[in-house]
Design a protein around this ligand. Structure first.
Ligand SMILES: [Fe+2]
Ligand SMILES: [Fe+2]
Length: 199
């Protein structure tokens, strides 16, 4: 299995400087969020290091890469913007030798989200959105939510993401929609249970 410094060498070589620096900020944010939520910070950092490792590939290269590996075959038809996560997960498993399912899940779903994603995947998804250089309407509320409750923050992050996709006329990956509905039900049910308990 590749170490952090081997992964660093790979992404430093393949990613443009801006993307490389973004990756380092996501690594930092993932490690911090993982600690706050009692998760394995080393695993979160490793997933974050690799989350955009295939971002330098063109759309046709990404589709070919996914089609040439049985692990990626079923995801080769997804929208162009999300392919790098799926290709990154295949790369992490096959070439970087990572077998930890949570790390692979975190890389795979970092752009789309998916219902039932593990907490480590939520951490990397959110860290990617709130790393210190990001700036958009609603980011401060999202940063606060990410420190308090991963599911509520996922709902907020997915709502922001969907709003952006709709406004910019981009294709929406079905998993993003399913994930948003999943977290909506989860968060609403929790609020209902808590308010009943307080009656
Ligand atoms: Fe990404
Ligand atoms: Fe990213």
């Amino acid at each position: 299995m590749w170490t952090e410094s081997e992964i660093d060498g790979y992404i430093r070589k393949h990613l443009k400087e801006g993307r490389y620096l973004h990756t380092l900020r996501v690594v930092k944010a993932s490690g911090e969020l993982a600690k706050i939520h009692g998760l394995d910070a080393k695993k979160a950092r490793l997933a974050a290091y690799l989350h955009d490792c295939k971002k330098y590939m063109r759309e046709n290269e990404l589709r070919e890469y996914l089609m040439s590996h049985p692990e990626g075959l079923k995801d080769a038809d997804r929208p162009a913007e999300v392919l790098h996560g799926f290709a990154g997960a295949v790369f992490a498993e096959i070439e970087a030798g990572i077998s930890d399912m949570e790390i692979l899940e975190a890389i795979k779903w970092h752009t789309t989200g998916t219902p039932g994603m593990c907490d480590l995947a939520k951490v990397v998804f959110l860290a990617d959105m709130i790393e210190e250089d990001r700036d958009f309407k609603g980011i401060e509320a999202l940063r606060k939510a990410a420190l308090k409750n991963l599911d509520a923050a996922m709902l907020m992050g997915l709502d922001l993401s969907l709003t952006y996709l709709l406004k910019s006329g981009k294709y929406i990956d079905p998993d993003t929609l399913h994930a948003r509905n999943h977290f909506l039900v989860l968060v609403r049910d929790r609020i209902r249970i808590n308010s009943k308990a307080n009656i």
